[in-house]
Structure formats: structure tokens, C-alpha cells
Ligand binder design. Structure first.
Ligand code: UDP
Length: 234
């Protein structure tokens, strides 16, 4: 993107969205035949598929927890998902996102009901245009619910950010590259419990409050979309 390209003009963004608008969303549950549960989520030009396997016995056995199950997440950015082909295989970034996704999703699952077991969540980003960790989590949460895993509620994620000194919701690729802050969050929109909060860039408390307010409203809309997708499978 050219350095001098304006990201905001008269309150409108490069794709015509207002500052508090999410990209167009699409959600589906039960998209994979061979998984115990699966989900698809799209926000604009970022899309992910997730598959859940389990609860099943955890191997190697020495990793088993006698009082509760564990949840393991793999996040993968497919080589064909980005403009410059991504080198296949796990990167540090992918491992880190897998770890934070584990934290974000496991707090909502009643893991104490599955001692010694694992629940595995595979999240594959198939098209990337910023916000991939959030979209992957949204697909992962649908897949967990689709697998019938008992949960306190569904986890929903989206990012807020700052472009041209203005807090906005849900950055797309050019905004992410040319912007100043990216702040992804994941939460249980029913209880208000925030299970992931990360931030890149510099900000102050006032802007942070504004971004969090935008992101929380965004997560509520994501939750509605996830529920609609799950309802269609009944
Ligand atoms: N990206 C890329 N190649 C990579 C990693 C990221 O092209 O190896 C792009 C991709 O569009 C991604 C964006 O950079 O969505 C922002 O990545 P970031 O690490 O901030 O995570 P995300 O916003 O996707 O959760």
C-alpha cells in the first residue's frame, strides 16, 4: 500500500465502512464430514475452517490430567491464504496464536467433565486479510459447539484498532498494515468474560477505552452470527 494513501475520508474507510462497522460476516456449522464438530467463519476477505476431535484419550498418557481434560489448539495459516505464498509448517507466530487460542477457548469449556481426555481444535486460515486469529477462534468456537462439547457460552472474537489517530472496529489488511494499533479480543458475550486481549502499537487510556468498547460491541454481533449458524444445524 502507498504510504500516503488515506485510510479514512469523511468518517468512511477504504471499503466504505463507518468506524464502528464490522466487515461482512458469514458463518456455518457442520462443514466437515470427518470431524466430531466443525465450523466456518468469514469476516470480509479473511476466512477460516475449524475441526474439533474429541473428547478422546490423551496420548502420551503422562500428559493426562486425572481431574480434568485439556484443550489443544492448532492455528495454521495455509500457504495459499496470503498474497506471497507462506512457507508451510508451524512458525513461531502460529505456535503463539495456537497457545493464546487454547487459553481463549478452554476457559469456557467444562473440562472437569473429561478427566484424562483431550479435545483438539484445528483451525485453518484459508484466506487472510487481517484478523485471522479472531476469525479462526470464531470458527473454532462454532466447531466446539457443533461437537456438542459442554460450554459456559460461545467465545466470540474481533479486533479493534487505530487508523489515522481514530479508533475503529475490525481492521482489514490495508488498515492493519497502514494503521497504528491492532487490538484483538475474545470474550463470552453473555457473561462479559474476556478470554483474550492482545495489542500491537501505541495508544493511550482514552483510545484504549474506545477501542475496547468497539471490540465488545463487535463480539456481541459475532456471537449472534455464530448462534444463527448453530441454530441452522438443529
Ligand atoms: N500475514 C501474512 N503472512 C504471515 C503472517 C501474516 O501475510 O506470515 C498477514 C495476514 O493477512 C494477516 C495479517 O498479516 O491477517 C496480520 O497478521 P497478524 O500477525 O497481525 O495477525 P492477525 O491480525 O491475522 O490475527
Amino acid at each position: 500500500m502507498k504510504k500516503d494513501k488515506k485510510l479514512l475520508k469523511n468518517g468512511k474507510r477504504i471499503d466504505g465502512r463507518g468506524i464502528g462497522d464490522l466487515r461482512e460476516m458469514e458463518a456455518e456449522a457442520g462443514v466437515l464430514e470427518r470431524a466430531d464438530g466443525s465450523g466456518y467463519f468469514r469476516m470480509g476477505d479473511t476466512e477460516a475452517i475449524a475441526a474439533v476431535f474429541g473428547p478422546r484419550e490423551l496420548h502420551p498418557k503422562h500428559k493426562q490430567k486425572p481431574q480434568r481434560g485439556i484443550l489443544q489448539c492448532r492455528y495454521n495459516l495455509a500457504p495459499f491464504s496470503v498474497e506471497d505464498r507462506k512457507r508451510p509448517g508451524p512458525s513461531r507466530r502460529a505456535k503463539e496464536i495456537g497457545k493464546v487460542a487454547e487459553g481463549a477457548l478452554s476457559s469456557t469449556v467444562f473440562l472437569e467433565e473429561f478427566p484424562t481426555a483431550t479435545i483438539d481444535v484445528y483451525m485453518e486460515v484459508i484466506t487472510a486479510d487481517a484478523g485471522t486469529r479472531c476469525v479462526a477462534l470464531n470458527a473454532g468456537a462454532i466447531a466446539l459447539a457443533d461437537a456438542g462439547i459442554p460450554m459456559k457460552g460461545i467465545i466470540s472474537a474481533c479486533a479493534a484498532g487505530k487508523i489515522e489517530d481514530t479508533p475503529v472496529l475490525d481492521l482489514k489488511g490495508e488498515e492493519d498494515q497502514g494503521g497504528q494499533v491492532d487490538l484483538p479480543i475474545a470474550m463470552n458475550a453473555d457473561t462479559g468474560e474476556v478470554t483474550l486481549l492482545q495489542m500491537d502499537g501505541m495508544t493511550n487510556i482514552e483510545e484504549m477505552d474506545e477501542m475496547l468498547e468497539l471490540a465488545i460491541k463487535g463480539c456481541e454481533k459475532v456471537a449472534k452470527k455464530q448462534r444463527e449458524a448453530l441454530m441452522k444445524t438443529f
